[in-house]
Design a protein around this ligand. Structure first.
Ligand SMILES: [Zn+2]
Length: 286
C-alpha cells in the first residue's frame, strides 16, 4: 500500500509495506477475549489475523533517505513451510515500492530497526547468488538498540522463534551496525525512543518539524485496534512495561496532536488520536 507522502514539517514520510502475513489472533491480543478482538479483526479458519509488513520510508530535510524496518524480503520465498505457517503474501514488495519511486537500495543511508524480529528485520539482508545472506542496503548504517542486539544474539526459548541470525549477523560482519542506548537524535527532528515492553530493546521513531510530530510505533502499538491500554500483545516479553510506556506515549500523543503510524495495520497506516468514553481510539485516517 502506497498512500503517498505524509508531510511532517520539512520531513516527508512514506508508509510502505512489504506485503502481509498472519499471526495467531489470541497471541496478538494477549488477555483480551476472542469475543472482543474478533469483532475488530476477524480471524481466519486457523485463528490467524492478517497484519501488514509495514515499513516507513523517510526523506529528511537534508535529503537523506531513511528506512524504518525492512519487511520480510524475498529470502523466504523458497521456504513453503514458513510461507504457509505465516500465510505470507507479497503482491507488493518494499523493493518494488522503492523501484517505482526511482530509489535504489544504494540510495538508502540509514536503516532504523525497531527491533530484530523477522517481520521487521527480514529485509535487512538478502541472499547472494551463492545463497549467503549479505546486507541488502550496502551504503546504509543500521541503527539498533544495544539491548536488542544482545537479546537477538543470545535468544532464549521464549523469543528464539522470532530471531533469525541471517537477518542481523551479516550486518555486523560488514561493520554496518551502530548500537545506541535509549533516546538518540539522528539529525534535528529525527530521533529514536527506546520503549521496551515488546522486547527490552524495542524502539519507536519520532519525527518532529515545524511544530508537528509523528511517531512510528513499531510493535509498541502494532495496529489501531491495539490503542486501548489493556489491548497488549501476548507476544510482549514485558507486558506491564508496555502498559506504562503506552500510557505515557498516548497521553503525549493526545496532548500534542501527534500523528501515529501503525506498522502492522492493514487498513489504517496512520491516524491522530481520540479519547472517548475513557478509551483511546484512532481519529482521522489519511
Ligand atoms: Zn511485529
Amino acid at each position: 500500500m502506497n498512500l503517498g507522502p505524509l508531510k511532517v514539517g520539512k520531513f516527508q514520510l512514506f508508509p510502505l509495506s512489504d506485503g502481509s502475513f498472519r499471526l495467531d489472533g489470541g497471541a496478538m491480543f494477549g488477555v483480551v477475549p476472542k469475543t472482543l478482538w474478533n469483532r475488530e479483526i476477524p480471524a481466519d479458519e486457523f485463528n490467524r489475523i492478517t497484519l501488514a509488513l509495514g515499513v516507513l520510508l523517510i526523506q529528511t530535510p537534508r535529503g537523506r533517505w531513511v528506512l524504518v524496518d525492512t519487511g520480510l524480503s524475498s529470502k523466504y520465498e523458497n521456504n513453503p513451510k514458513f510461507k504457509k505457517l505465516y500465510a505470507v503474501e507479497r503482491p507488493e514488495t518494499l523493493r518494488e515500492h522503492l523501484d517505482s519511486m526511482g530509489i535504489s537500495p544504494k540510495d538508502i543511508s540509514l536503516i532504523i530497526n525497531t527491533h530484530l524480529h523477522f517481520d521487521h528485520a527480514g529485509g535487512n539482508t538478502e541472499f547472494s547468488d551463492r545463497g549467503v545472506a549479505v546486507p541488502a542496503f550496502p551504503n546504509a548504517r543500521y541503527l539498533i538498540q544495544k539491548e536488542e542486539w544482545e537479546d537477538a544474539s543470545h535468544p532464549h526459548e521464549r523469543n528464539q522463534a522470532s530471531y533469525f541470525k541471517e537477518n542481523f549477523e551479516p550486518l555486523d560482519l560488514a561493520g554496518l551496525v551502530d548500537l545506541v542506548e535509549g533516546e538518540y537524535e539522528i539529525e534535528p527532528g529525527l530521533k529514536v525512543l527506546r520503549s521496551g515492553g515488546h522486547t527490552r530493546g524495542h524502539q519507536c521513531v519520532q519525527i518532529e518539524s515545524e511544530g508537528e510530530i509523528a511517531v512510528f510505533l513499531g510493535d509498541l502499538i502494532p495496529t489501531s485496534k491495539h490503542l486501548p491500554l489493556p489491548w497488549i500483545m501476548g507476544y510482549d516479553l514485558h507486558p506491564v512495561d508496555t502498559l506504562e510506556i503506552k500510557r505515557e506515549t498516548l497521553k503525549k500523543a493526545l496532548d500534542e496532536n501527534w500523528t501515529l503510524i501503525f506498522q502492522h495495520d492493514v487498513g489504517l497506516r496512520s491516524a491522530k488520536l481520540d479519547f472517548k468514553n475513557g478509551r483511546y481510539a484512532a481519529k482521522i485516517s489519511y
